[in-house]
Design a protein around this ligand. Structure first.
Ligand SMILES: [Zn+2]
Length: 454
């Protein structure tokens, strides 16, 4: 296949300095050249060319934590946000009792459409039915890891839960492709019992599967582990499940369970203390920083500035708690929240370049991908083009600062994964957006009647 050259006012390879008047040559699924426009044109004289003008070409954005099967729940849980337990309960009840397999599939497909439109090329997606998410990523053409969730807090149910989990995992693995990998996710230390976490850990180790877990997200979780009280501890007692608090942080508890040795991605880490951060660093686990979801649900501020020495990237979490899957917006929010809580003298460490790195290459490292996240010869051609000349961006002094402080996923004009264009000319190439939009409204109506009955 002959090469294609994408050029623009700016190319931001992320692993090397920005190139003014830059170009990226793509052949098949790989980047074959990155450099000045003229130099790349001379190297690939036969290549087709596309010039994007006042735009930036950057590596595809990486969403390190999402739940695209819940996309139809955008805005649906806002009446119960003041109680995380009630929020999780309403979410789970709606997903299990009201959403059919087809609803989950279409919901995931709509999430994949949203991601592609926002320049996201890779998702790390946790799913109750991994198959739905894998299908959605595959159809739209996204790269990703789909983590099959295992969830049950009762140790007595670990064997039974694990059996069902293995059936779902097998269906997910049947849908693996070169772009979409299967992973596993014991949901969280408060919602998956120790024996269940251990079973999933052993499987991940044996089969070399990536693992994701929510950790240190909420006050209720912290209280349950450190003091044995709070809404999560009370709910276990109400269900007759015995709970003896280990009197350590959730992250220390996971370390004692031996989970950190599989280098999981830890989603949230809002309440990670300095000892936890050190443990994460030593074990080489990754962190998915989800600042908008944390803020919206009132969980507090994760110490982003302390994540800088860890493998870390940004996650949107589900749009039920965000409400958008937009990693440029996530990067801006992460930076602004960290800057607002730090001294002015720390601002030099909290830069747009840093946030853009975390939104791309940092995320790739956190997920264990070493062939995407930056624009370099030989790497996968995952790229995003963002216009830089809209009113809210003009005048633009510096491309990275304009991208992080003034842009969002809505400014994306092209998304390509492994050299294949998946979003261009205002539409997602391989999705029936009109049908899916109508389906989201249908599911909204169905879920809405559930509210009325409560
Ligand atoms: Zn999550």
């Amino acid at each position: 296949m002959p090469a294609k050259i994408y050029s623009a006012q700016w190319v931001l390879p992320v692993s090397s300095p920005p190139i003014e008047g830059g170009a990226v040559a793509v052949e098949g699924e790989r980047v074959v050249g990155v450099g000045a426009r003229d130099e790349i044109a001379a190297r690939f004289p036969e290549a087709a060319r596309e010039e994007f003008g006042a735009s930036a070409i950057l590596p595809g954005l990486i969403n390190c934590h999402s739940h695209i099967e819940l996309t139809a729940m955008r805005g649906y849980l806002e009446d119960v946000e003041s109680n995380f337990f009630a929020w999780l309960f309403k979410l789970t009840a709606a997903r299990m009792n009201r959403m059919t397999a087809e609803d989950l599939r279409d919901s995931a497909a709509w999430g994949a459409v949203e991601a592609a439109r926002a320049g996201v090329t890779t998702l790390a997606d946790a799913c109750s039915e991994g198959e739905a998410s894998a299908r959605a990523l595959g159809d739209v053409g996204l790269r990703g890891i789909v983590y099959q969730e295992a969830i049950h807090p009762d140790p007595a149910k670990a064997a039974e839960t694990f059996e069902k989990f293995e059936i779902n995992l097998a269906k997910l693995r049947a849908r693996e492709t070169p772009l979409v990998r299967a992973g596993v996710s014991p949901h969280a230390p408060y919602s998956a019992s120790a024996p269940l976490i251990e079973r999933v850990r052993d499987l991940a180790e044996r089969e070399r599967l990536p693992l994701m877990i929510h950790a240190a997200e909420s006050e209720a979780e912290d209280l349950m582990f450190r003091e044995g009280r709070g809404t999560f501890a009370e709910s276990l007692a109400a269900r007759g499940i015995e709970w003896r608090a280990p009197r350590v942080s959730p992250i220390r508890y996971l370390e004692r369970l031996g989970l950190l040795r599989v280098k999981p991605v830890l989603a949230h880490c809002v309440r990670a203390d300095d000892a936890d951060i050190e443990t994460i660093r030593e074990t080489g686990a990754g962190v998915a920083h989800c600042p908008k979801s944390n803020a919206k649900l009132g969980h507090g501020r994760a110490p982003y500035e302390k994540f800088l020495g860890l493998r870390h990237g940004f996650g949107s979490d589900s749009v039920a708690s965000n409400n958008t899957c937009d990693i440029l917006e996530e990067a801006r929010f992460a930076l602004l929240v960290a800057r607002s809580a730090n001294r002015q003298s720390n601002l030099d460490a909290l830069t747009a370049e840093r946030a853009l790195h975390d939104a791309t290459l940092g995320g790739a490292h956190a997920l264990g991908f070493d062939d995407c996240g930056s624009l370099e010869e030989g790497k996968q051609a995952d790229l995003t083009v963002v216009r830089l000349d809209a009113p809210h961006q003009t005048p633009a002094h510096d491309p990275a600062r304009t991208l992080v402080f003034a842009s969002s996923g809505r400014d994306v004009t092209l998304t390509a994964v492994a050299g294949r264009e998946i979003f261009r000319d205002g539409r997602v190439v391989n999705a029936d957006e009109e049908r899916l939009r109508a389906r989201m409204n249908e599911i909204k109506e169905k879920l809405g009647t559930m509210n009325a009955e409560r």
